[in-house]
Design a protein around this ligand. Structure first.
Ligand code: BGC
Ligand code: CA
Length: 338
């Protein structure tokens, strides 16, 4: 073989794998630097984290997931470490949805693509700062609308739920993290469903918890039940299942059968529905949100368009978001979600 042909062959041998590697590390393996805002969160730790790990393995990429322990400052440091290590792409669960800007700027100045997931940035226009940032989550309002419609139809079907017979719903609400788009929208739209149906509501109490925790649900519910309005409560609205689980423990402790609804459709919620201890929840499809997060991250790391070759659809409203639909889970259909 002439020297020229040997050289051409060599070039081809080197260029071929590189063409497939795109923006990957030299070792040919894609590494995703990821976090969960806190491993203490039932939904994030129980659904999203395991699926991120197993789906990344299925896709043949490496994902490193760190615990931000509910501290945005800690997350910022973790991102710096990921950048120094040279990860190919970042998949970030903001601790504070109002702090997206600094995260986006870090990724941008390092030239690393970024997929935000579960907590949507709240600062207007912030997603436009960088052409390599996307969001994977849900349409927050949809969960409140579905939960609200479920509660309205059950309320209408059960006249005895109006314990004091005044025609109005006296409710307590476990909100979750203040400023979190899911917490805000669920609070607004679940109650709005009663307004839309012409049913008056009266809020007896509302409590927020940045960690959406079971302990908080238990403590608040126990305190409410023994408060001056304890006997007036006709409905418990929980913006996630984790808080509902705590409330159910306290309701059971007080021998109370006040109806209660959650969001997420965690396995334990399905069991509570089966046992008649919970009236409904809304599937927050963490499995598909995790898969979309990994798919977008892998594409971005390879320098491809984020949804190329996938079934995910980016919203056409400029939000640069993939939104996975919510589904109502009731005593009639909960078996389908096991
Ligand atoms: C889930 C909550 C979770 C929160 C964390 C929400 O979408 O419904 O259970 O605590 O995300 O950001
Ligand atoms: Ca009433």
């Amino acid at each position: 073989m002439s020297k020229r042909i040997v050289l051409l062959l060599l070039v081809a041998l080197i260029a071929l794998p590189m063409a497939f590697a795109g923006g990957q590390e030299e070792d040919g393996e894609i590494v995703i630097g990821a976090n969960i805002y806190t491993f203490a969160d039932n939904f994030m730790n129980g659904v999203m984290k395991p699926e991120l790990e197993s789906y990344a393995a299925e896709r043949g990429v490496t994902i490193e997931i760190v615990d931000s322990e509910g501290q945005q400052a800690k997350l910022n440091d973790q991102i710096d470490v990921f950048i120094t290590k040279g990860v190919d792409v970042l998949a970030i669960n903001l601790v504070d949805p109002a702090s997206a800007r600094s995260v986006i700027e870090k990724a941008q100045s390092a030239g690393i693509p970024l997929v935000l997931f579960n907590k949507e940035a709240t600062e207007a226009g912030v997603m436009d700062l960088y052409d390599q940032v996307w969001y994977v989550g849900t349409d927050s309002a949809e969960s409140g609308i579905i939960q609200g419609e479920m509660m309205v139809s059950d309320w209408q079907a059960n006249p005895d739920w109006d314990r004091n017979g005044d025609g109005a719903v006296q409710y307590v609400l476990l909100k979750g993290e203040p400023g979190h788009p899911d917490a805000e929208a669920r609070t607004e739209y679940s109650v709005k469903a009663f307004d839309d149906a012409g049913i008056p509501t009266e809020e007896l109490a509302l409590e927020a918890d940045p960690n959406w925790s079971t302990q908080h649900g238990a403590d608040k519910m126990a305190a409410w039940l023994t408060s001056s309005f304890g006997d007036d409560i006709e409905l418990v609205i929980a913006n996630n299942d984790g808080m509902a689980f705590g409330a159910i423990t306290s309701l059971k402790g007080a021998d109370s059968d006040i109806p209660i609804y959650g969001v997420d459709a965690l396995d334990q919620a399905l069991t509570h529905i089966a046992d008649g201890e919970m009236n409904g929840t809304v599937l927050n499809d963490g499995v598909n949100q995790a898969r979309a997060t990994v798919d977008l991250a892998v594409n971005a790391a390879m320098g491809m368009a984020p949804t190329e070759g996938t079934d995910w659809v980016l919203q056409s409203d400029g939000s640069k978001a993939v939104r996975v639909p919510y589904v109502a889970v009731t005593p009639e259909n909960y078996q389908d979600f096991r």
